[in-house]
Design a protein around this ligand. Structure first.
Ligand code: PEP
Length: 251
């Protein structure tokens, strides 16, 4: 069985002094754990600080977004080679907040996914339905469409070096978690869609669950056969909570 992978998404939160305390406490805690892999995705300005505090710890780090082009006249944007300069291993692409607040289409998300892979970093591709879409019974169709653009641009084999995060939009930052069974159903669907043809590929495919994961619900979510870990928003900002979730990933 694959080790669980727990990724913190700080979103637009942080401050130099607070980050230092948080990263040090998380690094100390994770150093005592041997059965789980962890990463944190921090705002761009804190990548240098994160690199300097985590470079000799088992925790990896990454960014929460990237521009699809590598460089050029894109004022205010950040290219993937810059993320490499700061030692990132991961980049979140297609988070629902980017899709809904900044109008990122699945096609644009696929271009970002491609840029990340071309730079030999790993994309964490977020997919997931809104409450309205779930209630209309279109969850699988929505997730299929979100995956399809990446498959069209990069091919299905590209998921061998990517992470998928299933994040039902209605569960993000709302305190409403998908039940383990609801999450499992979609995770199993995604695994079959991506790797149904190849057992070894299916077993290696890493599909995280995200949406109000906390210290008390993590263990039951991670016990599901197709949930390989979590993408953690709010709870990744509190060392004790993030560590409890990482610890749940060891079991
Ligand atoms: C997220 O932002 O990816 C997320 C899952 O947030 P939260 O855990 O706060 O719901």
């Amino acid at each position: 069985m694959q080790r669980k992978f727990i990724v913190g998404n700080w979103k637009m939160n942080g401050a130099l002094t607070k980050n230092e305390a948080l990263l040090k406490e998380v690094a100390n805690g994770v150093a005592q754990m041997s059965g789980v892999d962890c990463a944190v995705c921090v705002p761009f300005p804190y990548l240098a600080q994160t690199q300097s505090l985590l470079h000799d710890t088992p925790i990896k780090w990454g960014a929460q977004n990237v521009h699809q082009a590598n460089k050029g006249a894109y004022t205010g944007e950040v290219g993937v080679s810059m993320l490499r300069d700061f030692g990132c291993d991961y980049v979140i692409v297609g988070h629902s907040e980017r899709r809904s607040l900044y109008g990122e289409s699945s096609q644009l998300v696929a271009e970002k996914f491609a840029a990340v892979q071309k730079a030999e970093l790993s994309p964490i591709l977020c997919v997931g339905e809104t409450l309205e879409q779930r209630e209309a019974g279109t969850t699988e169709a929505v997730v299929t469409e979100q995956l399809a653009e990446v498959i069209k641009l990069r091919g299905i084999q590209s998921f061998r070096t990517a992470v998928i995060a299933y994040e039902p939009v209605w569960a993000i930052g709302t305190g409403k978690t998908a039940s383990p069974e609801q999450a499992q159903e979609v995770h199993a669907f995604i695994r079959k869609r991506i790797a149904g043809f190849d057992e070894e590929f299916g077993q290696a495919l890493c599909i995280l669950y995200g949406g109000s994961v906390n210290a008390s619900n993590a263990a039951e979510l991670f016990a599901m056969p197709d949930i390989n870990g979590g993408l953690i928003g709010g709870a990744s900002l509190v060392a004790e909570d993030f560590l409890a979730i990482c610890n749940a990933g060891q079991k």
